[in-house]
Every structure is written in structure tokens, then in C-alpha cells.
Design a protein around this ligand. Structure first.
Ligand code: SF4
Length: 502
């Protein structure tokens, strides 16, 4: 495995606004780290939120404030608070307008930049829109070649793929041409050098000692709430030969691989990849599989490699609502797949659901429990044949109507309704043997919706929470801003449509 030296003429602070364990579980973050080291004369130093006081780099214990540029990789809106806290701890003015020529350029990439950067526009100097592969060289050249902070920012404002809040005013500037997000295309993925593989494997992450390998991007399905399918471009996959080579790369350091993608099971060569992993002695796992992609040819090698649990996302309990959300898979098909899973010896099944969907009725919520009971019955029937009864976990989330999805204009259900529905599910699940249920906090979901869809004026609420205010309190204090953004349909121009996928 490759060694990364921190010694280079140019150093970039690469920050993840969450803990080491979470950040090092992000293949996007690790990939960016590797790509920076691929650039001549550049080294990256990693920063996370762990600890107190000045954030210091993993590599050389250098203080965050010593760097001339800090690049954040942000994939979850909840990390906005952590980003502001890191700047506070480093003594760097959180508001970009308060920064002087001696302060670093603060850059934010990752999927949140491409979903809606406006809520963070008061804190971030430059947003990178799209894949690091397509943006890093221009960004690092600007940092290395320009004489000062303002010149770096001005140059990136003229560079395709960057949104620079001090220079671009999409809310008022009708003449601003669309900014292009520079995602990785299918043609790039077919060329060598574009396969993300964990360049570092560590025991201190969610995926302890596991090397992650990306299988594909986008998704062939078009669920109406899903940013991954509408925001990431068409479904495309990495060639099988590159994935097999990726396994060769990590073989010396680990015997565990995790294949990641929004639609892992849809890779046309999934069976060959899993068999190869088994032949090479890897224990392999996959992130959740699309229901139609659950097939014997996938389940057998997964089971042989030691996997005992499968994750599926039916999202709703009723066919009616599932069809409305554009996932035309009836319960009958789902139950066949569940039988196939338990018949092949798996003992764990995770099922993900969403409540608060448009047109959802009380019957739809009840249908989640009925579906869970049907799955449990199948698990017991199949378990009788082997003498092992497993368990089913229901992960229940709340709809976050995200930008760039067909439901981006939808209002959220109110907190009381969401709480009532989740409590009903909790009580119902407790009555089904071997079934557990986890729920998302409705308040957290409201916060997430607000900071996904809001404009620049969300900065105050984010700042308050970063400085210790409870989310509930911030939602109350800024209720006059939060309510129109969260609980009303968006009839007006969508503020994030100043960007589009190239
Ligand atoms: S199947 Fe999953 S990844 Fe694909 S569109 Fe639906 S929710 Fe998104």
C-alpha cells in the first residue's frame, strides 16, 4: 500500500467536519486525500473534529490556522455545524467577510456543495461543484500560483466548476450563466485511474480494517426523493477489470473489502466480482442492494464470503405509495426476495422505510407493520428448515425533500404528525417477535430540511447551533424563516437552480 509523505513544497489542510471515525469511513474523503498526493509538489494533512482547542493535523500535528487553504469534504448537512466549530476553534473568522489576507481560503466540496451551497455561503469562500478528479488541479494551481487569498478566490470564480459567493450572486444576478457541476462521466470511468479504492485502511472507523471499493455512480431507479439518482447523473459503473485490480491493490493490507455505491447490485458483473473476491480470500460486503438486484447469483457468493445480513429499502409498506414515489416494486416481489435471502442462510435483514411522504395515509403507515410481519413470518418459515431464526431491523427515516429531486418543492409533515406516526410504528414493531425498529428524530429531519433548502440567511441559525444553542431552540428562534422553507411548498423559483450537471 502506498505511503503518503506530508513533506512537499505545498500543503493543503483536508478537513472532515466530523470525527476521525466518521471521516475515515468516507471513501470520497480518502479519495481526495490520495488525489492531492498525486499532484506534483502537494501533500494533504487531515483534520477532524475530535478533541478540543485548536484542530491539529493527523500527519504532523500542525495547527489548522497555519494553512493557507482548507478544503472541507461535506456529504451531510449536519456537518455544517462542525465546520463552523472547527473554524472557531482555529481562531479563523467563521464569516468569510471577516477574514483578512492572512487567513486561509476556506473551500467546501462533497455532495452538499452540489445540492445547495447557499446556506453555507456566509462561511465558505469557494465551493467545488462536482468530482475532485475534475476540479483539484485547477484548485491547487490557483492556491500555489496566486500571490494572495483574494487572488485565489477571484481566479476560482472564473474557473468552471466553482461557486464563489463573493463573486456570484445567483439570487439577484439574472445574467449569471449556469454554473456547471463537473461530475465524473461514464467515459472517464472507463479509463484507468478513476476507481476510488481506500488508500488507507484503519481499525478506528465504522468499516474497521475494511478497504472500500466504489462500484458505480448514480442509480438506474428514479425514486422521487433521492438525490443520488437525480443529482449524480446517469447510472454508470467502473469496468470489472479495474475493480479486480483494486482488490489486488489492497490485498497486502487487508482481507476485507466493502463494495460501495448507491446501486451495488446493479453492476453488470457483480457475480463475477463477488466470486473473484471469494477466490482471493476476501471477506466481502455490499452496501444496500436494490430489491430487483437480489438474485441467487449475488446471494451465494456473499454468503460464502461470510456476509449474514442484507439491507433493502422498500421505503413504504404499501404498493400504492411505493408506486407514487416511483419505485414500482410490489410487496409480492419484495417478499419473494426476502424468502430468497433467508433461504440462502442469511440471518439478518435490514429494511429501510421513510415516513412523511407526500400522499401518505395512516393505512400506509400501518402497512409498514404488516409488511414487517410478513417478512418475519417468512424468516421463521425458512429458519425452521435450518434451525436458526434471525432478526429483522426496521430503519425508519423521515422524508427530507432535497433539492434537485422531484419532491424538492414538497412541504414536510409537521413534527407532531411525524412523532405520532413513528410512535405508532414503535409500538407495532415491539409486538412482532425478532423485529427491532430504529427511528430518526423528526426535529433532526426538520433541521436537515431547513439547512438543505434554505438560502444564505440560514447562516445565523447554523452559527447559533455551532456555538452551543440546541437545535430545537434555533428552530424556534428562527421559526419565521424555518417554516416557509420547511412546511410550505416551494412555489417560487428554486434558488439552487443556478447550478447544473455538466
Ligand atoms: S433505489 Fe435507492 S439509490 Fe436508487 S433511486 Fe431509489 S433510493 Fe435512490
Amino acid at each position: 500500500m502506498r505511503a503518503f509523505s506530508p513533506h512537499a513544497p505545498n500543503r493543503l489542510a483536508l478537513a472532515y467536519a466530523n470525527t476521525y471515525s466518521v471521516g475515515m469511513s468516507s471513501l470520497g474523503f480518502l479519495r481526495t486525500y490520495e488525489l492531492i498526493h498525486d499532484q506534483e509538489d502537494w501533500a494533504a494533512e487531515r483534520f477532524f473534529t475530535d478533541g478540543t482547542g485548536m484542530p491539529r493535523s493527523v500527519e504532523t500535528d500542525s495547527p489548522l490556522g497555519d494553512f493557507s487553504a482548507i478544503a472541507y469534504s461535506v456529504s451531510f448537512e449536519e456537518d455544517y455545524v462542525g465546520l463552523v466549530q472547527m473554524l472557531d476553534r482555529a481562531g479563523i473568522p467563521a464569516r468569510r467577510e471577516a477574514r483578512t489576507p492572512w487567513h486561509p481560503v476556506v473551500i467546501m466540496g462533497g455532495s452538499c456543495a452540489a445540492i445547495n451551497p447557499l446556506p453555507m455561503a456566509a462561511f465558505v469562500d469557494v465551493f467545488a461543484l462536482g468530482a475532485a478528479e475534475n476540479l483539484l488541479t485547477a484548485m491547487l494551481d490557483a492556491i500555489a500560483e496566486e500571490p494572495h487569498r483574494d487572488a485565489v478566490i477571484a481566479r476560482l470564480a472564473e474557473t468552471p466548476g466553482f461557486f464563489v459567493p463573493a463573486h456570484h450572486q445567483p439570487e439577484s444576478d439574472d445574467a449569471l450563466p449556469k454554473l456547471h457541476k463537473r461530475e465524473i462521466g461514464a467515459d472517464q470511468m472507463r479509463k484507468p485511474g478513476h476507481l476510488p479504492v481506500s488508500p488507507i485502511v484503519t481499525p478506528h472507523t465504522e468499516f474497521a480494517n475494511k478497504a472500500l471499493i466504489e462500484m458505480s455512480r448514480g442509480c438506474p431507479e428514479k425514486c422521487k426523493y433521492c438525490w443520488a439518482t437525480f443529482g449524480m447523473g446517469k447510472f454508470r459503473w467502473h469496468p470489472v477489470d479495474f475493480i479486480l485490480e483494486g482488490m489486488e491493490q489492497v490485498r497486502a493490507i487487508t482481507d476485507q473489502v466493502g463494495f460501495v455505491a448507491t446501486a451495488v447490485g446493479d453492476h453488470p458483473e457483480i457475480a463475477r466480482i463477488l466470486h473473484y473476491a471469494n477466490e482471493q480470500g476476501f471477506r466481502s460486503s455490499v452496501s444496500s442492494i436494490r430489491i430487483p438486484a437480489v438474485k441467487e447469483e449475488t446471494l451465494i457468493p456473499l454468503y460464502e464470503s461470510g456476509a449474514r445480513s442484507i439491507t433493502l429499502a422498500p421505503e413504504t409498506g404499501s404498493d400504492r405509495l411505493r408506486f407514487i414515489m416511483n419505485k414500482p416494486i410490489p410487496n409480492a416481489v419484495l417478499l419473494e426476495k426476502v424468502r430468497l435471502i433467508f433461504r440462502h442462510g442469511f440471518t439478518g435483514l435490514k429494511l429501510y422505510f421513510i415516513v412523511g411522504l407526500p400522499q401518505e395515509t395512516e393505512e400506509d403507515v400501518e402497512a409498514i407493520l404488516e409488511l414487517a410481519a410478513d417478512c418475519q413470518r417468512i424468516m421463521v418459515e425458512e429458519g425452521r428448515k435450518t434451525g436458526i431464526v434471525g432478526n429483522i431491523h426496521l430503519g425508519t427515516n423521515v422524508l427530507i425533500p432535497k433539492p434537485y429531486t422531484p419532491w424538492q418543492r414538497e412541504p414536510m409533515a409537521d413534527e407532531r404528525t411525524l412523532k405520532r406516526k413513528l410512535a405508532h410504528l414503535k409500538r407495532g414493531a415491539a409486538r412482532i417477535p425478532n423485529v427491532t425498529l430504529g427511528t430518526m428524530s423528526p426535529r433532526q429531519a426538520i433541521w436537515q430540511t431547513y439547512i438543505s433548502r434554505a438560502g444564505r440567511d440560514a447562516a445565523e441559525a447554523i452559527e447559533r447551533v455551532a456555538r452551543g444553542q440546541k437545535i430545537a431552540q434555533a428552530l424556534r428562534e428562527f421559526a419565521d424563516r424555518v417554516h416557509p422553507e420547511v412546511f410550505q411548498a416551494f412555489p417560487r423559483e428554486l434558488r439552487w437552480h443556478f447550478m447544473r450537471t455538466a
